[in-house]
Structure formats: C-alpha cells, structure tokens
Design a protein around this ligand. Structure first.
Ligand SMILES: NC(=O)c1ccc[n+]([C@@H]2O[C@H](COP(=O)([O-])OP(=O)(O)OC[C@H]3O[C@@H](n4cnc5c(N)ncnc54)[C@H](O)[C@@H]3O)[C@@H](O)[C@H]2O)c1
Length: 322
C-alpha cells in the first residue's frame, strides 16, 4: 500500500520507536495521528512534525472506536514494555497489552477503513530457544510481558482469519537508537553510565549475547510491512547477528573515551544466554535487509545521547560530563 495521502494511526508514537517512526513518516505525505497516554513517552519527542496528538489510553474502548474511524493503517506500538515490571504487576501488563490491543483490533474492524494493522511484538513472546529464533519456534514465554505479546499475536491471527483484517506481527529484537534515554535497555543504561562516570554493571560473565537492531532498521521493517500486500502473519525483525554484552560494554567505553569500571554481578535468574533472530522470512517476503551495523549504530546513538538526549531533564540529572 502506498502511504501517500493515507491516514495512519500510531499508538505509543511519543515513545522510543514511535518518535523515530514519526520522523521517518514525515517525508511520506500521509496524515499522522498519534495516540499516547504519555506514561513513558513525551509530547516533545514529536518535535515540529505535522502530527495530530491524541492524549489518551488504549484501554479506553470508546476512544479507540472513535479514532480508528477513517484510519487506513494502524501501527500499534503502545505497551507496557518492561519485562521485570510485568513480573511484579502482571495485571497491569495484561490490561495495557492484551486489553489495549484487543480494543484496537476491534476498533480497526468496526471502522471498515483500516486496511493494515501492524503489531509490535517481541522475541519475548517466544522465550528461551536455541538461536536463531525463527517464526517456526514453538513459543514458551518466560514473563507475563512475553505472554501478553504472544496472546496479541494470536488475536492478530484470529482477527485476520475471522474478519479479514490484514495483520502483521513484527517480533523486534533488542532495539537501540535515538529517543531512548528513558529506556532500561542495556545500551541506554551503558551510555547513560559512561556519560555520568558510573561503572557498567554486567550480570554474569558478559558472554551472553543479544541481537541489537538500530531503530531506523525497525522503522524500515514497519514501512515495508505496510507497503507489501503479501505481508501477513509473524516476522522476526533483527539483524541476524549476535553481540556479547561484554563486547558491547567495551565498545561503549571506547566511544566515550571514559575509563569507567566494568563490574560483574551474579547472573540473573531466568536470563537467556544466547539470543538472536533468524530473519530469512523477513528478507524473503518483506525484502527487509538491516542497513546499520552495531558500530555505526552505537556511534549514532552515543552522538544523539550527547546532543539531543541532553535536553531530557531526567537524563540531565544523571549527567556529569558530555
Ligand atoms: N525497544 C525494544 O527493544 C522493543 C523490543 C521488542 C518489542 N518492542 C515493542 O515495541 C513497542 C514500542 O516500544 P518502545 O521501546 O518504543 O517503548 P516506549 O515505552 O518508549 O514507548 C511506548 C509508548 O506507549 C505509550 N503508552 C504506554 N501505555 C500506554 C497506554 N495504556 N495507552 C496509550 N499509550 C501508552 C508510552 O507513553 C510510550 O510513549 C512496544 O510495544 C514494545 O513492547 C520494543
């Protein structure tokens, strides 16, 4: 589907991935509506882009029904995104992630205008697997967050089969990049720490691996899923490469030139040792090819934290050098 002239609703558009997607869409000549309750994202992340911001909650069924009217595409990013907090409060995670997504799917069907529904899923839906993680793995989520993502994938599939709504679930690997100062992800934490002269904490020996994907590549995958009429179902979106956490810590130290300590804490229970995505299906069907390698992506992210991230008050409080 060509986005030109279309109406696109982005839930969670004031957050990390959403803000980057809005920037990328600014050149596509489409009408952008953002729905965000500003619980984690910020209004300022939308910058000067021509966006209609609706401050509201995805759990509000009536609101969702109203704002999906006349919408052509829904990109559903809004979520309770913290794995640890989902273990502490699984009810909140369920209400926001499952009930919120269900409301959006119902709204999309009843609008009779939504042609495509993109759902932001996660490798957490699959749980521990021998990598690479592919769409064929039998899911066994380890956290309520992962279970909520898997449940939503199931509803996306059911709404496609039952009501003819074209749905795509993109299982993002570990994203990093600009607008991520509020995230508790390892790259955001390490950059914040090197910039504030604090040690980098590694749980375990640091040999555990993750698939780190630069946020522009995530946004490109979303756009490819919208444009491609054959795109339906689940896709793993990552780089297909693994990086060790210890290597990551050294790369970020080297970028800053700041000789902070790396300290080792006991391995966290349930932590997955090796994890990366198999992206063959996304490459074949979506023609998705990640463009940004880890060194380039880290350099850009570090540069953003130093320059634009500096205006973030929360971040600034933690910052002593830059
Ligand atoms: N960042 C990653 O590495 C990653 C990996 C896999 C999947 N994902 C998924 O991608 C999506 C976007 O993640 P992100 O990293 O940009 O997170 P984020 O927390 O930066 O953004 C989420 C946005 O949703 C908003 N929001 C939260 N609850 C809401 C509610 N009830 N109603 C309306 N808005 C609400 C927040 O204010 C925030 O702006 C999420 O669904 C997340 O689960 C992210």
């Amino acid at each position: 589907m060509e986005l030109h002239g279309k109406s696109i609703l982005i839930t969670g558009g004031c957050g990390f991935i959403g803000a980057n997607l809005v920037c990328m869409l600014a050149y596509k000549n489409c009408k952008i509506k953002v729905l965000d309750n500003l619980s984690a994202g910020k209004r300022e992340n939308l910058g000067q882009n021509d966006v209609e911001l609706i401050v509201g909650d995805i759990r509000d069924e009536e609101l969702i029904k109203k704002i999906t009217q006349g919408t052509d595409v829904v990109v559903h990013l809004a979520a309770h995104t913290d794995v640890i907090k989902s273990i502490e409060n699984p009810q909140l995670d369920f209400d926001v992630n499952v009930v919120g997504t269900f409301n959006l799917l119902k709204g999309a069907v009843s609008s009779q205008s939504v042609e495509k529904f993109i759902f932001a899923s996660s490798n957490a839906a699959v749980g521990e697997q021998i990598p690479p993680i592919t769409e064929k793995a039998i899911p066994a989520p380890l956290s309520p967050y992962g279970a909520s993502k898997l449940t939503c994938e199931a509803y996306c599939s059911a709404f496609a089969a039952s009501y003819g709504l074209q749905t795509v679930s993109l299982r993002f690997a570990n994203a990093y990049g600009s607008y991520s100062t509020h995230k508790s992800s390892v790259i955001s934490q390490f950059i914040t720490n090197v910039l504030s002269n604090r040690p980098l904490t590694i749980y375990g020996n640091g040999y555990q691996t993750r698939d780190f994907i630069y946020v522009d590549d995530i946004c490109r995958a979303i756009l490819l899923s919208i444009n491609n009429s054959n795109a339906e179902g689940i896709f793993q979106i990552g780089t297909g490469k693994e990086t060790m956490i210890l290597e990551l810590a050294h790369k970020i130290k080297a970028l800053s030139g700041n000789n902070v300590d790396i300290i080792f804490e006991p391995k966290r229970t349930g932590e997955i040792i090796r994890n990366y995505s198999g992206i063959e299906k996304a490459t074949r069907i979506l023609e998705f090819v990640p463009e940004i390698d880890i060194d380039t992506g880290l350099k850009m992210t570090y540069g953003w934290f130093c320059k634009d991230g500096y205006t973030d008050n929360l971040f600034q409080d933690n910052l002593q050098i830059c």
